[in-house]
Design a protein around this ligand. Structure first.
Ligand code: ZN
Ligand code: ZN
Length: 362
């Protein structure tokens, strides 16, 4: 990466300033830590970023003063004891009159307290205006996400070479995480799913002591964080020989996955991608596809846009989204095949790297 992180942070703040401050607001209080990190570079677990039309402030408690000053270069860092009091004082210092805040992450208690402390300031709840804030990734984010996906995909590939029938789901998950952590993953981006046999029919199953046995499908949904960014990928492996019914179902899900990825490009609606998956699965399998087709990925593993029947999102170049069709037969087995792609003007680029041809573990 030729340009430094601070170059990108500056560009992101500039875009928010232009988009949100121009007309009716002269400042925004950011309290979701992924937004704070996205706009300032600060990686701590608590803090407030006040973005003003003519100046910004990063408010942190005593644990983070040194770290914030180092990470959020160019933004004045203020150490606060009482967060709301700190916000009120910073708003006053910057002479802000109309201030937006994140409606989803501010409690009623905090809101009432802020109103009391900021007499004469209009507080404007922001919802949809911020939903797409991080959806389009810049070059630096793309490079980091590619690396996150590469670490996770290589770990899944290594696991596929090692794993054997008789391993428990928990042992399998632990081994996968061990491989990924040794290869540079900071942590997992969500609780690893290893769901074998009937557990595979639960889209968000937790790994258990159940042992992998012949005739199982095992659904492995795994992601890591690298420099704060998430990866997300699902492989479904066969343990030994499968029935013809199982193999046909796998082929159907793979076709839906492949068709959708071939269809993804800037300008397509998220709902149309989802509809294509459902039509490829057809009535036979579509009835057993019980969730949306995909979601945006970034600093959080689930973020905008949303690929689902009722989504109104439109794909834009630079978005990073998953495509993850599946079928789930309660009490029997399940299949999910998931890749994460980078949306381009004329198509998309795979970030995750496992080949999705059925792998048989003997
Ligand atoms: Zn996943
Ligand atoms: Zn996913």
């Amino acid at each position: 990466m030729s340009q430094s992180l601070s170059h990108f942070l500056h560009a992101r703040r500039k875009a928010v300033r232009e988009k949100l401050c121009r007309n009716r607001l002269d400042g925004i209080v950011f309290s979701t830590m992924s937004h704070v990190r996205y706009l300032t570079g600060f990686t701590g677990s608590a803090g407030i970023f006040l973005l003003g039309a003519d100046g910004d402030r990063l408010l942190v408690d005593g644990r983070y003063t040194t770290q914030a000053a180092a990470e959020a270069a160019g933004i004045p860092v203020i150490q606060v004891q009482n967060q709301n009091q700190g916000i009120a004082e910073a708003v006053q210092a910057l002479k802000l009159k109309s201030v937006g805040f994140e409606a989803v992450s501010v409690s009623v208690e905090t809101y009432n307290d802020l109103r009391k402390k900021m007499k004469g300031v209009t507080l404007v709840p922001l919802g949809d205006e911020l939903a797409g804030l991080r959806a389009v990734k810049d070059r630096r984010e793309k490079a980091v996400m590619k690396k996150a996906a590469a670490i996770a995909s290589a770990a899944i590939a290594a696991l596929a070479r090692e794993m054997r029938p008789g391993w428990t789901e928990q042992e399998t998950a632990l081994q996968l995480e061990w491989i990924a952590r040794r290869a540079g993953a900071e942590q997992v981006s969500f609780e690893t799913i290893v769901a074998s046999g009937p557990h595979g029919a639960l889209p968000h199953a937790k790994p258990t002591k159940r042992r992998l046995r012949h005739g199982d499908f095992v659904v492995i949904d795994f992601g890591v964080k690298y420099r704060g960014y998430c990866s997300d990928e699902t492989c479904t492996f066969a343990i030994g020989e499968l029935t013809a019914v199982q193999k046909n179902a796998y082929r159907a899900v793979l076709r839906a996955h492949d068709d959708a990825i071939a269809f993804v490009r800037a300008g397509r609606t998220a709902a149309d991608v989802d509809a294509l998956v459902r039509s490829t699965l057809g009535d036979k399998y579509g009835r057993y596809f019980v969730h949306g087709t995909g979601h945006g990925v970034g600093l959080e593993v689930h973020e905008a846009p949303r690929l689902a029947p009722n989504s109104r999102d439109v794909l834009t170049a630079g978005m990073v989204v998953t495509v993850e069709p599946g079928v789930y037969y309660p009490g029997r087995w399940g299949i999910r095949i998931e890749d994460t792609v980078f949306v381009k003007e004329n198509g998309c680029e795979l970030l995750t790297g496992m080949n999705k041809k059925l792998i048989v573990i003997e």
